[in-house]
Design a protein around this ligand. Structure first.
Ligand code: GRF
Length: 215
């Protein structure tokens, strides 16, 4: 079974979705550790309650990104992960960190990339008046919120939406697509082909999810 390490900075609801999928028998991985850059991240308590090893590497204790990333990688590598899963990990990572985990570093982002990389995605989607918004799981490259896309889910933007309503509609989809992407990785059903992800043939129609309102 593959080893994964999950990195969080806050609430950890995507991490919880991964733990729940594992507990339900839908995610054949060993969650070796949950690591945060913030000692007070709410998700650390949730993970500990689930019996998972937790650690923090406080970014405030380091002079710069390179020193922090080196300490973080040292902590992660103690667990010999096959995959490192960024689940609301709110730090920009150095190129050398990303290269070290090339092909085994995944992120979830609350937009349909390449639209709206960066922060405040829901507010920006509302300001632009887009009618379809969503979330993306992708392999990480040195460019922020960029990299080969594994799976995306789309939801409608409704006229009455505010940022919270839109975020909540998308979070439901995040909690579906992240366990799905990690499961495909665990089952060796993902292949990187240049800048694209190739899925096992039987999955080719499962990597684009649309919410019931759009179907
Ligand atoms: C999610 O919206 C995720 O897409 C983004 O940060 C948020 C983290 O939420 N990268 P949680 O900590 O998983 O609840």
């Amino acid at each position: 079974m593959k080893n994964i390490v999950i990195l969080i900075s806050g609430r950890g609801s995507n991490m919880e979705a991964l733990i729940a999928a594992r507990d339900a028998g839908n995610l054949p991985v060993n969650i070796a550790a949950v690591i945060s850059n913030r000692p007070d991240a709410q998700g650390l308590e949730t993970a500990a309650r689930a019996g998972i090893v937790t650690h923090y590497v406080d970014h405030k204790g380091f002079a710069g990104r390179a020193a922090f990333d080196a300490a973080l990688a040292e902590c992660i590598d103690c667990f010999q992960p096959d995959l490192v899963v960024l689940a609301g990990f709110m730090r920009i990572l150095t190129d050398s960190f990303v290269s070290h985990y090339a092909g085994r570093l995944m992120n979830i982002h609350p937009s349909l990339l390449p639209s709206f990389p960066g922060l405040h995605t829901h507010q920006r989607a509302l300001e632009e008046g887009v009618r379809i918004h969503g979330c993306t799981v992708h392999f990480v490259t040195p460019t922020l919120d960029h990299g080969p896309v594994i799976i995306q889910a789309a939801v409608p933007v409704l006229d009455g939406d505010d940022e919270n309503a839109l975020a909540a509609r998308i979070l439901v989809q995040e909690h579906k697509i992240y366990p799905q992407a990690v499961r495909w990785f665990a089952e060796d059903k993902l292949q990187l082909d240049g800048g694209r992800v190739r899925l096992a043939a039987e999955l080719s129609d499962q990597a684009a999810l649309v919410s019931p309102q759009l179907a």
